[in-house]
Design a protein around this ligand. Structure first.
Ligand code: HEM
Length: 205
């Protein structure tokens, strides 16, 4: 029952993440494209009922995921089995920080939590040493978790070789997409000029 609910809430969060990550890829074409898409997507996920459902799912996903890690502690023996726990634990850490920071900045600091909000930390020394791996690993962890789900769910239909190959390919694809997102945010594709109010939250000017 708990596994079924975990998968159901993963589908809900997953639907949001697919569009969320697509939104971040749009920044390759420019910050305006990223912000314009986010503003229209917000009309859906910021509807009180939709956002409440998303946030409750995030909380449920975190707690049920951590419960699974504890319940199967010491019983994971192959690569994908271990990766599922490691990527899940990282996602729990990331989601708690990420969603907490978004909600806090929006409601207490009164910031528009847009592209500049996400990228600001990367542009104030020494915070880039935290934020670059923090974002990079988050997107990799999502794809790694997906690869593990694929590996597990196809265990009776596909050969071990095919499951391994597809699993590794999903992770490599995630790493490439993640690299692009982080490269854009850090100003590697075009200059990114962060407004002062965002830098100020890190003590920068
Ligand atoms: C490089 C990667 C990422 C960046 C730059 C990023 C950035 C952002 C930004 C700017 C927001 C605020 C959106 C708004 O104000 O409307 C946000 C919200 C959110 N992000 Fe991410 N995100 C990233 C990856 C992820 C990942 C991997 C997940 C899931 C594991 C995730 C889950 C969420 C959730 C649940 C929200 C809250 C939506 C809400 O209720 O407002 N993000 N993210």
């Amino acid at each position: 029952m708990l596994h079924k609910l975990h998968r159901l809430s993963a589908c809900l969060i997953g639907a949001f993440i697919v569009v969320h990550l697509f939104n971040h890829q749009l920044a390759i074409g420019g910050i305006d494209a990223h912000i314009a898409f986010m503003e229209s997507f917000r009309r859906l996920y910021r509807l009180p009922l939709v956002e409440a459902l998303l946030l409750v799912s995030v909380l449920f996903q975190l707690s049920s995921g951590l419960y699974f890690i504890k319940a199967r502690w010491g019983q994971r023996h192959n690569f994908f089995d271990r990766l599922q726990a490691v990527s899940g634990a990282y996602l729990a850490f990331f989601l708690l920080n990420h969603v907490g920071a978004v909600l806090f900045s929006r409601s207490v600091l009164d910031l528009d939590t847009n592209f500049f909000f996400a990228a600001a930390g990367i542009h104030v020394t020494p915070f880039q040493y935290f934020f670059i791996p923090y974002y990079f690993l988050a997107v990799v962890a999502i794809f790694a978790h997906l690869a593990c789900a694929f590996y597990w769910l196809t265990r009776e239909r596909l050969s071990l070789t095919v499951r391994n190959r597809v699993g590794y390919s999903i992770i490599i694809l995630g790493a490439l997409l993640s690299l692009l997102i982080v490269l854009v945010m850090s100003g590697g594709l075009y200059p990114v000029d962060i407004p002062a109010q965002y830098k100020a939250t890190y003590g920068g000017v």
